[in-house]
Design a protein. Structure first.
Ligand code: SAM
Length: 264
């Protein structure tokens, strides 16, 4: 059992203590998921889950790099920000934080819509869905958000609604290492947070680029497993953004975030 508040958990996350394991309250697989593959029916979101998320998150549109996107996130005004993390009934809610890597990437897509316009886009490790939302807002023809946490999928549907968008397709399978698909663009915000993940992503993304000439954009604030990874030799810096004060405080003082183009 973990007896730490979310505030501390968020700090720990930033220090690479992430868990990719999903914790189900009753050990069963999540039945919520079946409805998330619908393209246009956000109303199919499980009512209990909707209620839970609406009660335990706050709608935010400031304090990050994309004030034009409204998001339901965990904030100091939410009960679970202060409560013991063990009381949270689902897997660790990494989706409930808008990470610096995703913020920079979303800002870049909103400011440079030509990068996504009419493109088929995969947002890998989508979390709250902000980067997928930015891709939609910038005119992508097809957006799929992928996150192994089913609750992230529910949160993304709510966040689409908040921004008056038809929900994009959400997948919860672990796609990393699976057969490559034909995407024009793959975007990843803050996904290089463990050595194993960094290694598997590196190879899998390379396969996409070599097979389909997929463009890959990575948002990262300088996480150790990214900075020290051999992928560094194959990156082109596209843009850099100063983080807001509140994002800096939540991320151990990281001051900026960078968008990279991966070019093996
Ligand atoms: C640090 S968060 C980043 C979220 C979002 N991209 C952002 O920048 O705000 C990492 C997210 O990746 C998800 N994740 C972890 N491993 C994954 C995998 N193998 N495939 C898809 N998503 C994964 C987690 O559930 C979490 O929501």
């Amino acid at each position: 059992m973990i007896f730490i508040g979310w505030r501390r958990l968020i700090r720990l996350c930033s220090r690479r203590i992430f868990s990719t394991r999903l914790k189900q309250k009753d050990g069963s697989s999540c039945s919520l998921w079946k409805c998330y593959h619908q393209k246009t029916s956000g109303s199919l979101l499980d009512p209990e889950m909707r209620l839970f998320l609406e009660k335990n998150t706050e709608v935010i549109s400031s304090g990050n790099l994309t004030p034009e996107i409204r998001l339901r996130l965990l904030t100091p005004r939410c009960r679970f920000w202060h409560d013991k993390a063990a009381l949270w009934p689902y897997g660790d809610p990494y989706w409930a934080i808008y990470w610096p890597g995703g913020q920079g990437l979303a800002r870049y897509l909103l400011d440079n819509p030509e990068v996504v316009r009419e493109k088929r886009v995969l947002d890998l490790g989508s979390g709250c869905g902000a980067t997928a939302i930015a891709a939609m807002m910038s005119g992508a023809s097809h957006v799929v958000a992928n996150d192994i946490d089913p609750v992230a999928g529910a949160a993304m549907l709510l966040n689409c609604e908040l921004n008056n968008l038809n929900p994009f397709r959400v997948l919860t399978e672990n796609l990393i290492g699976t057969e490559v698909d034909n995407w024009d663009l793959i975007i990843l915000g803050d996904m290089f947070y463990s050595e194993a993940l960094a290694d598997s992503l590196h190879q899998w993304l390379k396969n996409h680029i070599q097979t389909h000439r997929t463009k890959v954009l990575i948002g990262d604030p300088g996480r150790p497993y990214f900075v020290c990874h051999k992928i560094q030799k194959q990156l082109l810096k596209v843009s850099e953004y100063d983080l807001t004060k509140s994002t800096q405080q939540e991320n151990n003082g990281s001051t900026s975030t960078v968008v990279w183009h991966y070019q093996p």
